[in-house]
Write a protein that binds this ligand. Structure first.
Ligand code: ZN
Length: 386
């Protein structure tokens, strides 16, 4: 038995939509609170899914009910506890240094299952400042300051040194990072700053005129670095880049892509114009355009241009197996309803739209061709829904 494992008994059970909540005679579990998530662990072989404090009692959520009086072994997940303690203590250190050395107050904080954040009272912070702050933290981690946790009577608390005023009475739990922070706190902490390993800032975001700084510490920082390396390795493999060249290369690729898209658009317009010119020479009420190999954007561009000539334009794109029906609004036929009803009667494809624009999607080229022929026939022969 140690601080993580306790032999105890179930003292009460209650049920709600989440499951079965239990109180224990003696619990090693930390209940969610003070910005820190609850411990995880086991009561006998049952997973503890949540731990909440209600009216001064610690309630443990299990998926099954254990009868009152059952002797049990309550064991917390040491890895999760250590991780939460690291993230939480990192917050103490960040808050203390930002306030005492940089004059930036922490307004709120939250220790998350994935990452943690503090909202700090400053209008701006750039990444050079972040790097300097991380460096400063790393030095304090290296210097390995002891962290003391103790309870003292409220009148003995040095209120002038308290990081944040407390309205607690009686015995007060003080968490002190020697020479750096003096805090009234009920959370879980590591024993020295060295145990934090490293503090790695992940994002900066403007909120309510302040900055929300997201960070990871300890093993989470290592994992974040590993994930970033993995992502970079994939990019390096594709583009034959290095850490030094990757940013310039990605920007270059992006610029090339934008230029290509512009070129494609110009070419598409040229093709569309030629196509429309051909259609204009025919005296037809319904004009069909079939795009066998072209991109869907080209098909719709052509169909739109044909519709603008006053005809009812039908376009098919083989690549996406889509059918488009459009007119310029001068026709009485509501193509959305027409297409939807026609497809329902044919029992193929799905689609619909509004008065002058509609589209349908089919599951094969064969269905698309079948749909296209029938839609054109119905339009030419005036087979319209009432
Ligand atoms: Zn704390």
């Amino acid at each position: 038995m140690n601080q993580y494992t306790v032999n105890t008994i179930v003292t009460s059970v209650s049920e709600d939509g989440k499951g079965h909540w239990h109180t224990l005679e003696n619990s090693p579990f930390y209940a969610e609170g003070g910005g820190q998530p609850a411990d995880r662990g086991w009561i006998d072989s049952h997973d503890v899914l949540d731990v909440q404090l209600k009216e001064g009692e610690v309630w443990h959520l299990l998926s099954a009910a254990l009868p009152t009086g059952t002797p049990v072994v309550a064991r917390i997940n040491e890895q999760v506890r250590r991780d939460h303690s690291i993230q939480h203590t990192a917050q103490h250190l960040l808050t203390a240094i930002l306030e005492d050395r940089h004059g930036i107050r922490t307004l709120s904080f939250g220790i998350g299952e994935e990452d943690s954040s503090i909202e700090i009272e400053t209008a701006g912070m750039d990444w050079a400042q972040v790097e300097a702050l991380e460096q400063e933290m790393q030095q304090l981690i290296f210097e390995n300051y002891p962290i003391h946790v103790y309870e003292i009577a409220e009148e003995k608390v040095d209120r002038t040194r308290l990081r944040k005023a407390t309205d607690r009475t009686g015995m007060i739990r003080i968490v002190e990072i020697e020479g750096l922070d003096y805090n009234a706190c009920g959370g879980t902490h590591v024993e020295t700053t060295g145990q934090l390993g490293t503090i790695h800032v992940t994002t900066l975001k403007k909120v309510r005129g302040n900055i929300r700084l997201t960070y990871v510490a300890g093993n989470r920082a290592l994992k974040a670095t590993q994930r970033a390396r993995e992502a970079l390795r994939t990019i390096h493999h594709t583009f034959s880049t290095t850490n030094e060249s990757v940013a310039a290369r990605v920007i270059e690729e992006h610029t090339i892509r934008l230029e290509r898209e512009k070129e494609i658009k110009t070419l598409e317009e040229r093709i569309a114009k030629a196509k429309v010119k051909a259609v204009l020479q025919e005296d037809n009420y319904v004009a069909l355009h079939v795009g066998r190999t072209e991109a869907e954007t080209l098909t719709t561009a052509i169909v739109e241009r044909i519709a603008a000539t006053g005809r009812i334009a039908v376009g098919a794109n083989y690549g996406t197996q889509k059918l488009f029906v459009m007119h310029d609004g001068t026709h009485d036929i509501a193509v959305g309803t027409f297409l939807r009803v026609a497809l329902q009667e044919m029992k193929i494809g799905r689609g619909g739209g509004n008065h002058k624009q509609a589209q349908a999607r089919f599951t094969s080229v064969m269905e698309l061709e079948q749909g296209m022929e029938e839609i054109v026939r119905r339009l030419q022969e005036g087979v319209l829904p009432c």
